[in-house]
Design a protein. Structure first.
Lengths: 297, 463
């Protein structure tokens, strides 16, 4: 190998390097996009769960919305108040008030109170069970208790209790909507903590049938409707419904005479209060399978 | 030797690739003539027994109805009316049990115990003079849906879309599902009605040729159909097909009889054919000239859980408990299925009514107690399901994706929506993986996701 061939190879590589470097330098100038450096800084400060509870596609999109002023730091449901204040101070904007919302389950029919008319054996998932004759639960609206919501929750806010009902830890719940989308029975909804009155039932069957299906079902007796002022509670399709547009009128009087405890009062601490006349359930064991829950109409 | 090979080739030509051979279990009821079930004390008529829009009630609570009278009108074009299955009184209109387990709007009719249950409604009419469009409307008036199980409104099938032509009417007499023998008995006992139905259907769709496909495990049905169809004015042919599951599926039948394949996402009408089940044709042939509605159907009640298995003609809306009691229910069944074991639905309530799409009631007695479940092992990638799938999907890969929740990839990359849930893959899986169940979960999840995206898009557009 002669000296010249080494020199040629070296020169070619050198020339190539110079050309590409010049191209890159030109491209860097020509195609430069200015990005607000604050977006990166804000994204660093956010929890980066990418849960989407704020309504944007993720924490990056939320940071962009913050910097452009479309949203306020208070819209993030996961960050602690300190983080929100830090972000607000960093951007020089107002924190923005955002009432805490939590996921609530519209069912209280655990295995100890809700009758089952068929045993489901198959894939352990509510969605799969709902496809096989409604999962065998007597109530066609009730919680199937196989824990799809627990698996969907990224914040470990949902645990299944001994009766097979999901319990939401209000402290941990970030109102990200994952459980709402997952539940095949549409039992979860996001509620501001100021919504104290809550109907923990979705059974739309007539009174006698609802009673046969579940011991804590709303039997549409109408006492809550009669007691509560201003039409806060109304019975629609054999089910009590709270009109939250009149939430300021809501009071504990609505739950006083409920015979089954289907309508409850939830304190902001998360404590659930039933009325004094509500049926006391002391049973701990699951109810047996019973075809009699279905009337031979 | 050569002859055998030629025969094999010939035989090969008249079927489809893949499929399975489940035990037939038809001997208990195949020889039993159709018998009428007693009238139940109450019938429950769900307003949605068909694919499409629910029917709209035209009766009020407390109103008396006679057998055959319309009680609900069609809610749109892809919808059918309902007729009173018994003479009695409408005592409740509200939510009632349905085979899917959900509570759906239904009409409850209490039968009069002393009524003669004569069909007093209807008037003879000349169907020979009707145009195809009039025939389609007349078929809608009868409330006919596909009686083979899918319950798709028949008149929608008969209304050939503009720009499409139909050259062949296929008569589906396969009944490949184990245990069921309703179509078998209908072909033997009601071949005349089938002939009348064929003439109507062929005229409505403009078909020049009629081909009947019957599985070769029913030689008596082949003979009955052959002798009836000789009197058909059109060119007819009855072809015995090898017994294989799912020979009765539309896509498999067109492939076997015509050698044409229905395109992915398409309908048989796209390849110039319309497929009708024999029971549907028999009912059209019977009801259309009399201007009456569909109020009863033949249901096979069988399985180890009943003492008197048979083929029963029963009013629509008969509660399951009544039908089972009549057939000598032992009370020992652990699982009751509407339809057959391959594609049927397990039922959780004895109050569930018989709907237009119920082909059979099978009561199983296998122990299903705690610990007796079929264990599920991991996929060993043996490929049995790939060899069984009649539409050439890869159920193994689909199943693995479903376990991971990759529902969108299943649909977009592995043609999940072409799966018609025949159950062949679950049947052959040596690991006992409930593949079809996974696929159904994936399909509902995808449907929900699309609905959410649509809602988000429309609300975004408004704001």
């Amino acid at each position: 190998m002669s000296f010249s061939s080494i020199a040629i190879a070296g020169l070619v590589m050198f020339g190539l390097g110079v050309t590409l470097a010049v191209t890159l330098a030109v491209a860097h100038r020509k195609f430069y996009v200015y990005e607000d450096p604050r977006i990166d800084e804000i994204e660093e400060m956010l929890p980066r769960n990418n849960c989407g509870a704020c309504g944007t596609g993720g924490c990056r999109a939320f940071a962009e919305a913050l910097v452009s002023g479309k949203l306020t730091p208070g819209s993030c449901t996961v960050s602690t108040p300190e983080i929100k204040e830090a972000i607000a101070a960093h951007l020089g904007v107002d924190v923005g008030a955002q009432e805490k919302r939590v996921a609530r389950l519209a069912c209280a029919g655990g295995r100890n109170v809700a009758w089952v008319r068929g045993r489901y054996a198959g894939v352990e998932s509510c969605r799969a069970a709902a496809l096989i004759a409604g999962g065998g639960k007597g109530c066609a609206w009730g919680c199937l208790g196989l824990g799809d919501c627990q698996r969907a929750c990224d914040f470990n806010a949902i645990t299944m209790n001994v009766h097979g009902l999901p319990v939401v830890n209000d402290e941990r719940c970030t109102a990200c909507n994952a459980c709402v989308e997952e539940c095949p029975r549409d039992l979860f909804s996001l509620q501001p903590v100021s919504h104290h009155l809550w109907v923990a039932c979705k059974n739309q069957a007539p009174e006698d049938q609802a009673k046969r299906e579940c011991e804590v079902a709303c039997v549409a007796c109408g006492r809550c409707e009669a007691d509560s002022p201003g039409g806060v509670v109304m019975v629609v399709n054999h089910l009590a419904v709270v009109d939250y547009s009149k939430n300021l009128l809501a009071s504990k009087v609505a739950i006083q005479r409920c015979p089954t405890g289907a309508i409850v009062w939830i304190e902001e601490s998360g404590e659930i209060m039933k009325g004094p006349e509500a049926k006391k359930v002391t049973r701990k064991s699951p109810l047996p399978i019973a075809q009699e829950t279905v009337a031979r109409m | 030797m050569k002859k055998v090979a030629v025969n094999l080739l010939k035989k090969e030509k008249r079927t489809f690739a893949h499929g399975v051979h489940p035990p037939e279990c038809k001997e208990a009821t195949a020889g039993r003539p159709i018998r009428r079930l007693a009238f139940p004390p109450q019938v429950i008529v769900p307003l949605q027994q068909h694919t499409g829009v629910p029917a709209v009630p035209v009766v009020r609570e407390g109103q008396e109805v006679v057998r055959g009278e319309p009680i609900a009108k069609a809610g749109g074009f892809v919808s059918v009316p309902m007729h009173a299955p018994v003479t009695g009184v409408v005592h409740y209109i509200g939510l009632g049990p349905s085979p899917t387990g959900a509570m759906t709007p239904s009409i409850f009719i209490k039968a009069y115990p002393g009524a003669t249950q004569e069909i007093l409604y209807g008037a003879p009419r000349e169907i020979d003079r009707m145009t195809p469009e009039e025939l389609v409307l007349a078929v809608q008036d009868t409330g006919m849906v596909g009686l083979g199980g899918a319950a798709f409104p028949t008149h929608v099938k008969l209304a050939v879309p503009k720009g499409k032509q139909v050259d062949t009417l296929i008569i589906n007499g396969c009944e490949c599902e184990p245990y069921l023998t309703t179509d078998h008995r209908v072909m033997i006992e009601r071949a005349e009605d089938i002939l009348a139905g064929v003439v109507v259907a062929a005229r409505a769709v403009g078909a020049q040729r009629v081909i009947a496909g019957v599985e070769d495990n029913k030689p008596d049905a082949v003979e009955a159909l052959k002798s009836a169809l000789t009197r058909c004015p059109l060119q007819t042919e009855v072809i015995p097909l090898p017994t294989k599951y799912p020979q009765g599926a539309e896509k498999m039948l067109t492939k076997a009889l015509l050698g044409r394949e229905v395109p992915s996402g398409g309908l048989p009408v796209d390849i110039g054919t319309v497929i009708m089940n024999v029971a549907t044709l028999a009912q059209i042939g019977d009801l259309l000239p009399k201007h009456q509605g569909l109020i009863e159907r033949v249901v096979t009640i069988t399985g180890p859980g009943v003492l008197k298995p048979g083929n029963y003609l029963m009013p629509l809306g008969t509660p399951l408990w009544f039908a089972l009691e009549y057939a000598g229910f032992t009370g020992k069944a652990n699982q009751v299925v509407f339809g057959g074991p391959m594609m049927g639905m397990a039922i959780s309530s004895l109050a569930t009514p018989i709907t237009k799409g119920v082909t059979g009631i099978v009561a199983f007695t296998e122990p299903v107690g705690d610990g007796a479940e079929r264990p599920v092992y991991p996929c060993i990638k043996c490929g049995s399901c790939v060899d069984a799938c009649p539409i050439h999907l890869n159920p193994s890969r689909l199943g693995l994706l479903a376990r991971k929740g990759q529902y969108q990839a299943m649909e977009e990359e592995f043609h999940l929506n072409d799966c018609f849930e025949c159950g062949c893959c679950s049947f052959v899986c040596p690991s006992g993986i409930p593949l079809v169940h996974y696929f159904r979960v994936a399909k509902t999840a995808n449907r929900q996701r699309r609905a959410r995206e649509k809602a988000a898009a429309s609300s975004g557009g408004n704001s």
